[in-house]
Design a protein around this ligand. Structure first.
Ligand SMILES: [Cu+2]
Length: 125
């Protein structure tokens, strides 16, 4: 084997290793990383928005964020949205909230096509 073909073999081997390192794991579905308000928060001032930051990119058309009162009345405006320039932030605006407990329902499809959803609450004093 001459030097040229040996070099070619080593280079192609390195490329295979490199592409393996940057492969996104198949289980990279999206889970909440943090939120505003925080999960279970007791708030003196009613929030005007709810934001959830995810640990992976989410699909805009399939991702939903809805907030309901403890009586099941929807208090968020629209289905939730991903702000321009963001990939992993889901947000919704809220109607003015009287004191009470509010449930946040989220449902997203990650870029890998996997669905995750959950529910948490916060309280306005
Ligand atoms: Cu996944």
């Amino acid at each position: 084997m001459n030097t040229k073909s040996l070099t070619r073999m080593i280079v192609s081997g390195l490329l295979i290793v490199a592409s393996g390192m940057f492969t996104v794991p198949a289980d990279a579905h999206a889970f909440p990383d943090r939120s505003s308000p925080r999960v279970g928060a007791d708030l003196q001032t009613p929030p005007r928005v709810v934001k959830i930051w995810f640990d992976a990119g989410i699909e805009p058309i399939f991702s939903k964020l809805i907030v309901k009162s403890s009586h099941g009345q929807k208090v968020s405006i629209g289905p939730g949205f991903i702000p321009k320039g963001q990939q992993a932030l889901l947000e919704t605006h809220l109607k003015p909230l009287p004191p009470g407990i509010y449930f946040v329902y989220w449902s997203v499809i990650a870029f890998d096509g996997h669905h995750t959803e959950g529910r948490w609450y916060f309280r306005v004093k």
